[in-house]
Design a protein around this ligand. Structure first.
Ligand code: FES
Ligand SMILES: [Fe+2]
Length: 388
């Protein structure tokens, strides 16, 4: 597959970002304001690795098809006859028309232009009039050579991940350390909460600032006074896995969403750590996750340009019973509580985006005590641009 030029990052000196935290500086300003760097990131940080493009819950039945934009690359996901989710480049092999314009369900994938028709497995099944009126074949067009272009994909914790380049290490390796850390959650089914548990925010900042802010707990007392009143800075710990993920955990998770003391069902059989533990981890590049004994959420970060991104939030519960109307008020309150916290962060991530236009800013410095998770992320970005 054609790769885009990533050499631009080579002319930026990233040695200070690669340095140990005590000596490191953050990523330089062009990583936040220069479209050429954004283009290089698109290839190196998104297309060459595994990135999340959507949620499997949005394609329930075989035949469901959904267009998904991946940083300007048109893709679509489809659930095939066997119930497996597959991802294809959203382009007809005839003259390049996009195939799936909006979410739909059908037994085939039909091009709206000249009606070439593909099976849910991507095979080209029909080419009407291709050899002239009412002639369905022509020697120039071999259907076996004109299947849809499938993209390497997998589903993990309901998120659809793709590796567009096709040559990243396999997904199990990519996610192995995190799967191990959260094994207890991975082994249990999760249930999407429905419309009241799904929302998105658009934010005027580079996507990396959303990751950086999510990773750290340092800002808690200043940006989240409500949260900090019961989950204080000192109740948090850092989580850092080089070249893979970083975040933070708390030891005092104790949700009180209901005055009458109702609580969501918890995942069965969790170890004692999770009685009051919760963890919040950014899986690089674009997934922000939260695990708790009674719910899981994932946020897909969708860059809309170098200085704007969308955060798509999906909340999941432990038990189908939690999806019933009797629990709707509590689900809504949970979603609102999270939304309030994420909205509290908007001012600082947008402020950091503006700050990146200050020509004298050198990428900043990291507190070796407080900023470890952010440094781990910057180190991953810089590492991704090292020659290999
Ligand atoms: S472009 Fe799709 S059938 Fe012609
Ligand atoms: Fe925050």
């Amino acid at each position: 597959m054609q790769k885009f030029d990533t050499a631009i990052a080579g002319i930026l000196d990233l040695s200070k970002v690669m340095a140990p935290i005590e000596e490191a500086e953050g990523l330089p300003n062009p990583f936040y304001i220069d479209d050429k760097v954004f283009g290089a990131e698109r290839q190196r940080l998104f297309f060459d690795t595994w990135a999340c493009i959507g949620f499997a819950k949005d394609l329930v039945e075989p035949g469901c098809q959904r267009p998904l934009d991946f940083l300007g690359v048109p893709l679509f996901a489809v659930r095939d006859q066997a119930g497996e989710l597959r991802v294809f480049q959203n382009v007809c092999r005839h003259r390049g028309m996009t195939l799936v314009e909006q979410p739909t369900c059908a037994r085939v994938i039909r091009c709206p232009y000249h009606c070439w028709t593909y099976g849910l497995d991507g095979s080209l099944r029909a080419t009407p009039h291709v050899g002239g009126p009412d002639i369905k074949h022509h020697p120039r067009i071999d259907p076996a050579e004109r299947s849809l272009l499938e993209v390497r994909s997998t589903v993990w914790m309901d998120m659809i991940f793709v590796n567009l380049s096709g040559d990243a290490p396999d997904f199990a390796t990519h996610v192995g350390k995190l799967s191990g850390r959260w094994r207890e959650f991975m082994e249990r089914p999760i249930y999407p909460g429905g419309d009241d548990s799904s929302f998105s925010l658009e934010v005027d900042c580079n996507w990396k600032l959303a990751v950086e802010n999510y990773c750290e707990s340092y800002h808690l007392p200043f940006v989240h006074p409500g949260l900090n009143s019961y989950s204080r800075l000192e109740d948090h710990y850092h989580i850092m896995e080089e070249l893979a993920f970083s975040g933070q955990g708390t030891t005092v998770y104790d949700p009180k969403l209901d005055a009458e003391g109702r609580r969501f069902a918890t995942f069965e059989g969790l170890s004692a750590k999770w009685d009051r533990g919760a963890e919040y981890i950014a899986l690089y590049p674009n997934v922000l996750l939260g695990v708790h004994k009674d719910h899981f959420y994932s946020i897909r970060l969708h860059p809309l340009g170098i200085d704007r991104c969308r955060e798509e939030v999906e909340i999941y519960y432990t038990d189908p019973e939690m999806l019933s109307p009797e629990w709707a008020d509590l689900r809504r309150r949970n979603a609102e509580a999270w939304k309030e916290i994420f909205v509290e962060d908007v001012g600082v991530v947008e402020g950091m985006q503006k700050g990146r236009h200050a020509p004298g800013f050198d990428g900043g410095v990291f507190s070796p005590v407080m900023d470890g998770p952010t440094h781990t992320f910057h180190h991953w970005v810089a590492s991704s641009f090292q020659p290999h």
